[in-house]
Design a protein around this ligand. Structure first.
Ligand code: DQA
Length: 143
C-alpha cells in the first residue's frame, strides 16, 4: 500500500527556516521518519516536496490513481489555495492535512485553512511528529 506524503512551499528549508518554530530537523530527516513509521504501519511512503502549487495539484491527482491515502503539509498554500481544496475534492482517497506548528496559536492569517473542509482531518502542533501522527491517522482511516 502506497501513501503519498506531500510537502508544499518552503519546507525544503526545514532545519534552517525559523528553527524556533519548526525545529532543527531537515526535510530529509522528516523523510526518514516517515519511511520508518510508514514501514511499521505497512505503508510504502512516497515522500515529495514542491514549492509550486500546480505540482502539488498534479501529485494529488496522481495519488488518486496510485495511492491509498495522502498526508499533506501544504505550507502557506493551506491558507490560500482553493485549487488545492478542489484537487482534494476531486480524488476519492483520504487526505490528511498536517502542520508542524500549532497554526491556531500563531498569526491570525494561519487560523483559516482552505483545504481543511476537503480533508479527512487535520493534525497540527506536534512538531515533526505531526507527520507520524498523520500516517497513523491514515492507517485508522483506511484500515
Ligand atoms: C506550516 C504552517 C503554515 O502556516 C506555514 O505557512 C508553513 C508551515 C507548518 O507545518 O507548521 O509553511 O504548514
Amino acid at each position: 500500500k502506497t501513501v503519498f506524503v506531500l510537502n508544499g512551499p518552503n519546507l525544503n528549508m526545514l532545519g534552517k527556516r525559523e528553527p524556533g518554530i519548526y525545529g532543527g530537523q531537515t526535510l530529509d530527516d522528516v523523510k526518514q521518519l516517515c519511511l520508518s513509521a510508514g514501514a511499521d504501519l505497512g505503508f510504502d511512503v512516497d515522500f515529495r516536496q514542491s514549492n509550486h502549487e500546480g505540482t502539488l495539484i498534479d501529485w494529488i491527482h496522481e495519488a488518486g490513481d496510485k495511492a491509498v491515502g495522502v498526508a499533506i503539509n501544504a505550507g502557506a498554500y493551506t491558507h490560500t489555495s482553493i485549487a488545492l481544496h478542489d484537487a482534494i475534492k476531486a480524488v476519492s482517497v483520504p487526505v490528511i492535512e498536517l502542520h508542524i506548528s500549532n497554526v491556531h496559536a500563531r498569526e491570525e492569517f494561519r487560523h483559516h485553512s482552505m483545504i481543511a473542509p476537503a480533508a479527512k482531518g487535520v493534525i497540527c502542533g506536534f512538531g515533526t511528529a505531526s507527520y507520524i501522527l498523520a500516517l497513523h491517522a491514515l492507517k485508522y482511516t483506511i484500515a
